[in-house]
Every structure is written in C-alpha cells, then in structure tokens.
Design a protein around this ligand. Structure first.
Ligand code: AMP
Length: 214
C-alpha cells in the first residue's frame, strides 16, 4: 500500500506519519527529514537544498525526485510506504506515478490533514526539533522533559530557521500556490482523497487518520 499524507506546514503530518509507520511497520518517507539529514551530513544535495529551505521555498522538483528515487531503491518491494511532505507540486505527483508504475505499484490512498491558519501558526511557532535525531516537540502541546534537550537522544532542541514568523508566512503562501492544487488533482485521481480534521489532539486525529488509510 502506498499512502500520501498531504497538508500545510504545521498541520501535524510528521507526528501522524511516525505514529502510523510505527503501528503498521510501514516505511515513512519524509522528504523534509531526508533533506535535513542531507544538510547535517553536508552532502552536495544538502548544500543545494539549504538556501531554498531556509527561505521557505520549495526545493526544485528534479532534486526531490532524485532523492525519492534513490531512497526507494532501499525499500522492500512489498513494504507499505507513507509519503509525508511529498509530492508538493503537480509535477512531483505525476513523476511519482511514473516512478511507482516502473516497479508495478501505484498511489493507493491520499489523506489531507487540515486545520485553521491560527492552529498552524501556533504549532509552527511552538515547534522545537532535535538537531541530532530530528524528533519533534512543541512547547505548547508536547514539551520535552529536559529543558531544551531531546527526550529521545539527548541532543539539543532548536527552533527551525524556517519556523521563524516571516518564513512561516511565506511557507503557507507557497503551500497555497504550489501544493494546494494537489487536493483537486487527487480528488480526480484513481486513489481519491480523504480529509481529516487535524486541529484536535494527536490521539483523536490518529484514530481518524488510521481509519482513512484503511
Ligand atoms: P517539511 O519538513 O516537510 O516542512 O519541509 C521543509 C522544507 O524542505 C520545505 O519548506 C522545502 O524547502 C523542502 N521540501 C521538503 N519536501 C519537499 C518537496 N516534496 N518538494 C520541494 N521542497 C521540499
């Protein structure tokens, strides 16, 4: 099964995707996490992506597709895959269909997480991410036990540069312009699209998210 998790920045895609992948032993593929890992490792891709990410712009489609294709070569043919933050443009969606079709697979489900702009802004301003393992906390909803220290690995928690207020506003605008058209795209796609209201607690959202994936 191949699932796509769509939704604006801050809606909780990463949190829900990690939970589902844990519950189903599926492969969670977050292009944002892969790009941040490439930056930490100082790879050529990480260096190319850095300026776009810090400015809240999308990284060019060619770089993203290479990244996804490379990553998929290490995934077992029968593994469930959960894409989080990918695709983000219609071109990426079309190219994903082609990549999957080459290995006899297809997009099976698309879930849209939605929440008010007020909720998104609060989640993004409160988000703190571990600079070592990528674990995500929130000072309002789900704080770490140690002050500024990751509960999972002990690394330092940072506020992402792209979660600063001006960049957040730009990312929401980029979402509306370049990613929101995927909603209509997938409504018309064989996979269809299920909406889940995500402006609630993690547990409540997860129940509906899991049901939507089926
Ligand atoms: P995320 O963690 O999903 O919010 O992604 C953080 C940043 O990585 C985004 O603001 C983009 O700069 C970049 N990024 C992640 N996924 C994609 C994608 N599928 N296409 C283009 N840029 C991406």
């Amino acid at each position: 099964m191949v699932v796509i998790l769509l939704g604006p920045p801050g809606v909780g895609k990463g949190t829900q995707a990690v939970r589902l992948a844990d519950a189903t032993r599926g492969e969670h593929i977050s292009t944002g996490d892969l790009l941040r890992a490439a930056r930490r490792e100082g790879t050529e891709l990480g260096q190319k992506a850095q300026g776009y990410m810090d400015a809240g712009e999308l990284v060019p489609d060619d770089l993203i597709l290479d990244l996804v294709r490379d990553h998929l070569t290490g995934v077992a043919a029968e593994a469930s895959i959960l894409f989080d933050g990918f695709p983000r443009t219609i071109a990426q969606a079309n190219r994903l269909d082609a990549v999957l079709s080459d290995v006899g697979r297809q997009v099976d489900r698309v879930v849209l997480l939605q929440a008010s702009n007020e909720t998104l802004l609060k989640r993004l301003s409160g988000r703190r991410s571990c600079s070592e393992c990528g674990a995500v906390f929130n000072i309002y909803f789900n704080d770490s036990q140690g002050d500024g220290i990751c509960d999972r690995c002990g690394g330092p928690l940072l506020h992402r540069i792209d979660d600063e207020p001006d960049t957040v506003a730009h990312r929401l605008q980029v979402y509306e312009e370049q990613t929101a058209p995927l909603v209509a795209h997938y409504q018309a796609h064989a996979a269809g699209l299920v909406r889940v209201e995500a402006g609630r607690g993690t547990e409540e959202v997860f129940v509906d998210f899991r049901a939507a994936v089926g």
